[in-house]
Design a protein around this ligand. Structure first.
Ligand code: URA
Length: 227
């Protein structure tokens, strides 16, 4: 089982133990904070979780969204990809990775013999940050319970952190993607591979070869876990 970070924090807080959040997280405005009546994501099934996300007002990102972008794909997939945040097109359509970068991600998955419907895709935050900026630490923290619950419910054989924001959020590291990719990490008991974000590949297409290597590693690790 993947450790549910929200539940872990709740237990630690109940025991009077200080809980450390990523730098900046404590400063961010959490509009609908943990003291509210919102149920803890760690307890929810898929439908309840999706409806909780759709109504979420935990951070200021909800103010400018057209809609939330929950996640898409096979809820029992062997591969789970975690991206950064919805962009303009994703905000409009309510689905992750449907813009230019998403089309490239689809091609990359196809090359690895996978369709979008065979994997599960989610983002670190479910609402579009204005101007496509990176999500801020407080926004990541406010949304984290949803992602953790998605990871727990899918219980994949392999997690792929797509790009820097996802890698840093899932690994608690601030190392560059170039140093994190190409090797095995662990998220709870699930192996995790970091790779470049397709938006970066649109600017640096020669790096596609490295993404291919990362997917080959992911395939090996997934098969190993299933065996
Ligand atoms: N980039 C991401 O990281 N996620 C999306 O959903 C779209 C673009």
């Amino acid at each position: 089982m993947i450790l549910d970070e929200h539940r872990r924090r709740a237990y630690l807080e109940a025991m009077g133990i200080d809980v450390w959040l990523p730098a900046g997280a404590a400063d961010a405005t959490v509009v609908d904070g943990p003291e509210s009546d919102a149920p803890a994501a760690g307890e929810l099934g898929w439908d309840e979780l999706a409806s909780c996300v759709a109504q979420c007002t935990r951070c200021p990102l909800h103010r400018e969204r057209t809609q939330t972008v929950f996640g898409v794909g096979d809820r029992r997939a062997s591969w789970m990809l975690v991206g950064e945040a919805p962009g303009m097109e994703e905000d409009r359509r309510g689905e992750p990775f449907v813009g230019r970068a998403g089309k490239l991600l689809d091609e990359i998955l196809r090359a690895a013999g996978l369709s979008r419907g065979q994997v599960y895709i989610a983002n670190t935050v479910k609402c579009r940050p204005p101007g496509n900026r990176n999500p801020e630490p407080g926004e990541l923290a406010a949304c984290r319970g949803y992602l953790d619950r998605q990871l727990e419910l899918v219980d994949p054989d392999i997690i792929i952190a797509v790009g820097k924001v996802a890698a840093h959020a899932l690994l608690g590291s601030d190392a560059p993607v170039g140093r994190l990719r190409g090797r095995r990490h662990q998220f709870g008991d699930v192996p995790l591979v970091v790779t470049y974000h397709p938006a970066y590949l649109l600017r640096s297409p020669t790096q596609k070869r490295l993404v291919w290597e990362d997917l080959c590693l992911a395939r090996e690790l997934a098969a190993e876990r299933r065996a």
